[in-house]
Design a protein around this ligand. Structure first.
Ligand SMILES: [Zn+2]
Length: 140
């Protein structure tokens, strides 16, 4: 888990299916995306920045929690979707980083998404390990 893989919106690119598929050398198939991470691509959050009217759009902030609008409607929308579908909250992640720092956040993420079989990373979107192919049957 690396700080540069934490997107401005709070998403952890290290647990994203598109990043895992690319970084673990999986072939790109139809309907599957390959991504090097939001920050690496310098798109600064494809979900949020397009519609951002605050500091992120103007490159004035590194994380959405630094914005006076935090949490804005765009962030709340994607946060609600991720909470419902993947049991993951961008807002909780951002508040944790703001209040505790990046390092404890990365430790927490690593513990939560560690593959029980090989120690690699489980995907937040499908619970799959892209290294050993095992699938976690529970979320938590
Ligand atoms: Zn594994």
């Amino acid at each position: 888990m690396k700080p540069e893989l934490i997107a401005p919106c709070g998403m952890n690119c290290a647990i994203c299916s598109a990043y895992l598929a690319m970084s673990r050398g999986h072939e790109k198939k139809k309907g599957m995306s390959h991504c090097t991470g939001c920050r690496a691509r310098n798109k600064n959050c494809s979900f949020i920045k397009k519609r951002c009217t605050g500091g992120l759009r103007q490159n004035k902030i590194r994380f959405c929690y630094e914005c006076s609008d935090f949490p804005c409607e765009n962030l709340r929308k994607i946060d609600a979707r991720y909470r419902k579908n993947y049991d993951y909250s961008f807002i909780v992640a951002l508040e944790f980083i703001r209040d505790n720092g990046m390092e404890p956040h990365l430790v927490h993420e690593e513990m939560r998404y560690k593959c029980p079989s090989c120690g690699d990373v489980l995907c937040v979107h499908n619970g799959k390990c892209y290294k050993c192919q095992s699938i976690k049957t529970w979320r938590g």
